[in-house]
Ligand binder design. Structure first.
Ligand code: GLP
Length: 261
């Protein structure tokens, strides 16, 4: 019971699932470790990709950055290498990007996605969409609207992957984000900037802003997987799955989604 809300290290998952069920407003699945949980999600994504392939259709995936999805991506790469999983019918939309930041910089989420997924699979480069952090301020609004419209015109996201920040953010929808927020520029919470300090070699180098899909953009996805591995996430996970829906913890808005885990 030490790690009651930790999704990573649970000694007796069944017993704990039973105990937590009565409180949870987002269905949860507990795994012995992050690798097992990531494999489970990667398998679901792979099945969805193959199903669309059989029907001659494209699949639209909403992708996340941060440490949480890393093992999902490495498992997908393994399936590509060892099980002939093709990404030729995959279109991706990433959640967010720091602003201002050049996409070529190694701290950028553009760089991250290439490094941990796209460079290793057969996705068509034109099918990759990641917000750009090097736009001029004047360009941002119309860029965000186009990003949103592109997702809609393609019929929406089939699967959205999410992590959760310690402020309760999803994407970079920080406290204060509303349920009907769309893709836009946001100001980052100081806790989020502190959490990113190591990646940027000091908080003074962490951008103050970001471009992120909105809460509404995320909620439009047909199926959502939110991952949280590790004790440091336990408190915010508890508040996200048990608390009342509030802009103070944007992840609570997932509670109404019909297919979120
Ligand atoms: C960043 C990203 C989020 C991510 C969060 C958590 O803030 N914008 O999308 O969920 O980090 O990161 P981690 O998975 O490393 O804990």
């Amino acid at each position: 019971m030490k790690l009651k809300y930790d999704l990573r290290i649970i000694r007796h998952p069944k017993e704990l699932t039973y105990q937590i069920k009565s409180y949870e407003k987002i269905p949860i699945e507990l795994f012995d470790n992050a690798f097992d949980g990531s494999k489970h999600i990667a398998f679901r994504i792979a099945e969805a990709i193959k199903e669309k392939q059989r029907n001659g259709e494209m699949i639209k995936l909403g992708l996340a950055t941060g440490s949480s999805p890393l093992k999902v991506y490495s498992e997908l790469i393994r399936m590509y290498n060892q099980e002939n999983l093709s990404f030729s019918n995959v279109i991706t939309f990433n959640l967010d990007e720091y602003y201002p930041l050049d996409p070529k910089q190694q701290e950028s989420y553009n760089h991250f996605m290439n490094q941990y997924l796209f460079d290793h699979v057969d996705i068509v480069p034109e099918n990759i969409n990641i917000p750009l952090g090097n736009l001029s301020l004047e360009e941002v609004d119309s860029y965000c609207k186009d990003y949103e419209d592109k997702i809609d015109h393609l019929g929406g996201l089939d699967i959205q992957l999410l992590g959760i920040g310690r402020t309760g953010h999803i994407g970079f929808n920080e406290p204060g984000s509303t349920i009907n927020s769309k893709t836009r520029m946001v100001r980052l919470d100081n806790l989020t900037r502190r959490d990113a300090a190591q990646d940027f070699n000091g908080i003074e180098n962490v951008p103050y802003k970001a471009i992120t899909m909105g809460v509404e953009t995320i909620l439009k996805a047909k199926e959502i997987y939110i991952m949280a591995w590790g004790q440091h996430k336990a408190d915010i996970v508890k508040r996200a799955i048990e608390g009342n829906q509030t802009s103070d913890i944007p992840a609570t808005f997932l509670q109404d989604h019909p297919k979120v885990k």
